[in-house]
Design a protein around this ligand. Structure first.
Ligand SMILES: Cc1cc2nc3c(=O)[nH]c(=O)nc-3n(C[C@H](O)[C@H](O)[C@H](O)COP(=O)(O)O)c2cc1C
Length: 247
């Protein structure tokens, strides 16, 4: 008999069913894939109900993200994005990163020696078409290009796909998933503007590297965060950020 008493949770009603059906496989997969999050995901896939909700007491969206860093000025945007994504580790399943040659050059010029070893991401070579997100079947759901050069913007707008970053963007668009570009250049030519229009019409989001100042940012990182936080908002992350009008 089903109780409607408020202290009897949906989880406690469903748990026996799941324990009965899948205990061994669930345990194996939990160990093999690094803990309870894998188990939650597996349950979520198999169940018509959101077991992620049941496990955590609230909905949590797990994401597979591609980050491309390209050769425009503004490597600090990429660095702040990396730092924040590392802090948001509980909210994603995989972050695959690809950097162009000029992204590396600009990082060294603007920030200093590149030390990416500490980040919990998967790094791929710029022409590695064996990277999972070179195909739609790997089901990466969001791609961020930050910062995005006008060259990469143009290659995405024309579907050129001649390196991993532009192929991944092509895949994200064809699969109707979320593509967020953070272009940086000034002033803009009509070619740049038309390319932004084309990407927008194809479903991408142009989120220019145009910082805001009403939060009175104190450091360069704070300034960059006014852009990066908007990017992470658009990507669906839950994060603490300055919110206009909030007390
Ligand atoms: C120091 C430096 C700064 C650059 N800044 C910009 C920029 O702000 N915006 C831009 O679109 N391209 C900029 N470029 C040019 C791009 O790096 C170049 O067009 C490159 O081919 C882009 O390719 P990628 O997108 O694969 O990195 C800059 C290049 C250098 C060396």
């Amino acid at each position: 008999m089903t109780s409607t008493h408020p202290s009897v949770s949906l989880r406690s009603l469903c748990e026996p069913l799941w324990n009965k059906k899948v205990p061994q496989r669930l345990t194996e997969r939990t160990e093999a894939h690094g803990g309870i999050r894998a188990a939650e995901k597996w349950r979520y896939k198999k169940s018509p109900i959101s077991f992620t909700f049941l496990q955590t007491g609230g909905y949590r969206s797990m994401k597979k993200i591609v980050v491309a860093v390209t050769g425009s000025s503004g490597s600090i945007y990429a660095k702040v994005l990396f730092d924040k994504l590392a802090d948001l580790r509980a909210q994603w399943d995989a972050v695959g990163v690809v950097l162009s040659d000029n992204a590396r050059i600009n990082w060294e010029l603007e920030i200093g020696p590149m030390d990416l070893g500490a980040y919990p991401f998967d790094f791929y070579e710029k022409n590695d078409f064996y990277a999972p997100f070179a195909s739609g079947s790997a089901q990466y759901d969001t791609m961020l290009v930050c910062p995005c050069s006008m060259g990469t913007l143009a290659r995405i707008a024309t579907g050129l796909s001649n390196d991993l970053a532009t192929r991944a963007a092509d895949v994200i668009l064809k699969e109707r998933r979320r593509l967020i570009l953070v272009p940086r250049d000034t002033p803009l030519s009509l070619i740049h503007i038309n390319n932004m229009k084309t990407v927008t019409e194809a479903g991408g989001i142009i989120c220019p590297a145009s910082p805001s100042f009403y939060s009175r940012p104190k450091t360069l990182e704070d300034v960059a965060a006014t852009v990066v936080d908007r990017v992470l908002d658009l990507a669906g992350f839950s994060l603490k950020s300055y919110r206009w009008g909030e007390k």
